[in-house]
Design a protein around this ligand. Structure first.
Ligand code: GDP
Ligand code: IMO
Ligand code: MG
Length: 426
């Protein structure tokens, strides 16, 4: 018998592809949106009604009527950041308590996880990951090390004692590090943390794996929302310059508790160029005027940390790898309008290393490769106001056709501006 399925949205590059916008645009066709990995390292921007909003832990379906939003077991939660986010959403008139459920199995980020993140980054000096300092790595390390505290533990009578035991173990670990500057006031944060934990109790803590599976079986249309990007995947990204979860499509199975046979459409999102925040290989990175121009026009500054994003040309080697690894069924191209004024647009079609050419994404993420570029003439006109594929300039249609031919995948949505409405669905 044919299995009922959920659909999935994820990023194909190093994050910030525009997942928030796409989930918000697609949500009217779904009744449930579920996050399956990552934590407040994510910054998902939504722009509508002349206003913008950045979500960190709450799924991007929260602003649409009639949608339940699920924070799945694969997510790590900082109660302070989550409660601040919920308060800000409620100020916009959304009754979040009617629309948000949280997995009991999601892990908690403790204040000491944030300290450990800062200590570790400081100790690594120039070799640092460039983490968001939200405690993501240490929280996931505790999860796989079988030390973690979970959302369900909040309801236990001895929660404060459990917390204390974890804190003490973390303080012993912190003693091993050279002195470092804490980016936050620990005592203040710890106090806010306990207040936020109390406030969180007004939301249902549930067995989300059962909830989601029953909903799939009942025919509820569900969209799973990825965070970060494929090249930040802990197994297949540019290790060690990655995040600490499986960001690729496989992560939805463990992060929500669904079987592989339950995955339907896989929407793979990519920018018409590339960006990266933090350290690590980035073969097509630009250090010239074009790079500056991409950053300025694309407003390429981190939605979570405000850091300037590194910018570069589209990388077909990396994109094809991500399409393959995720089993992408539909491509979505974002920020095409950012390229409007460029005379020439480049795409890396292969890498060269030690005189050898390859179109395979390398083990080390292309640390020492030189990209081989194919050039495209720019379309030199504004895409922002266009809403039909037929109205696109021919040079832009050629760019789209080239990417489709290379990836063997159809681009079914093209985004031409940050607003919800600036979207062309083919
Ligand atoms: P996410 O983390 O994948 O959700 O992406 P971010 O929100 O971190 O970064 C994407 C940025 O690009 C946000 O500021 C969006 O408002 C903006 N954006 C999304 N789509 C488009 C687009 O098609 N054109 C332009 N110019 N901006 C876009
Ligand atoms: P969204 O969901 C871009 C990067 C950090 C760093 C590395 C590890 O908005 O696309 P971490 O704090 O996870 O330990 O940092 O991963 N990173 C992101 N880059 N977008 C994100 O999320 C990111 N989340 C983490 O910059 O290089
Ligand atoms: Mg982001």
């Amino acid at each position: 018998m044919e299995q009922k399925k959920l659909d999935l949205v994820l990023g194909l590059q190093w994050g910030d592809e525009g997942k928030g916008k796409v989930v918000d645009v697609l949500t009217p066709s779904y009744k449930m949106v579920a996050r399956f990995q990552g934590g407040p390292n994510a910054g998902h921007s939504l722009v509508f009604d002349g206003d913008s909003f950045v979500l960190h832990t709450v799924p991007s379906g929260i602003f649409r009527e009639g949608t339940v939003n699920v924070i799945g077991n694969g997510v790590v939660i900082d109660p302070v950041i989550l409660m601040e986010e919920i308060d800000a959403i409620e100020k916009r008139g959304v009754d979040v308590s009617k629309k948000l459920v949280i997995s009991k199995r999601a892990h908690l980020i403790l204040p000491t996880h944030r300290s450990l993140d800062a200590a570790s980054e400081s100790a690594m000096g120039k070799g640092k990951i460039g983490s968001t300092l939200k405690g993501i790595g240490p929280a996931y390390a505790d999860k796989t090390g079988r030390y973690g505290l979970r959302v369900g533990d909040i309801l236990q009578e001895d929660f404060a004692a459990l917390y204390q035991a974890h804190k003490e173990r973390h303080l012993q670990l912190l003693d091993q590090y050279p002195p470092f500057e804490s980016p936050f006031n620990f005592d203040e944060y710890e106090q806010k943390w306990f207040q936020a934990v109390e406030q969180l109790k007004r939301f249902p803590f549930i067995d989300s794996e059962v909830y989601v599976n029953e909903a799939i079986e009942a025919g509820v249309p569900i969209l799973a929302e990825g965070a970060q990007g494929s090249l930040l995947d802990i197994d297949f990204g540019t290790y060690p310059f990655v995040t600490s979860s499986n960001t690729m499509s496989a992560g939805v199975c463990t992060g929500l508790g669904i079987a592989p046979s339950r995955v339907g459409k896989v929407y793979g999102i990519f920018k018409a160029y590339c960006t990266r925040v933090g350290s690590g290989p980035f073969p097509t990175e630009l250090f010239d005027e074009d790079g500056e121009k991409l950053r300025a026009i694309g407003h390429e500054y981190g939605a979570t940390t405000g850091r300037p994003r590194r910018t570069g040309w589209l990388d077909m080697v990396a994109l094809k790898y991500a399409v393959m690894m995720n089993g992408v069924t539909d491509l979505i191209m974002m920020k095409s309008d950012v390229l409007d004024s460029f005379d020439t647009i480049k795409v890396a079609v292969a890498y060269e290393e030690n005189g050898k050419k390859t179109d395979r994404f390398p083990y080390d993420g292309g640390k020492n490769v030189t990209p081989v570029y194919k050039e495209f003439p720019g379309w030199k006109s504004s895409l922002c106001e266009l809403r039909k594929y037929e109205d696109f300039p021919q040079a832009f249609k050629d760019y789209i056709a080239y990417i489709e031919a290379e990836t063997k995948c159809r681009i079914s949505i093209v985004s031409v501006g940050p607003d919800r409405d600036a979207t062309v669905i083919r």
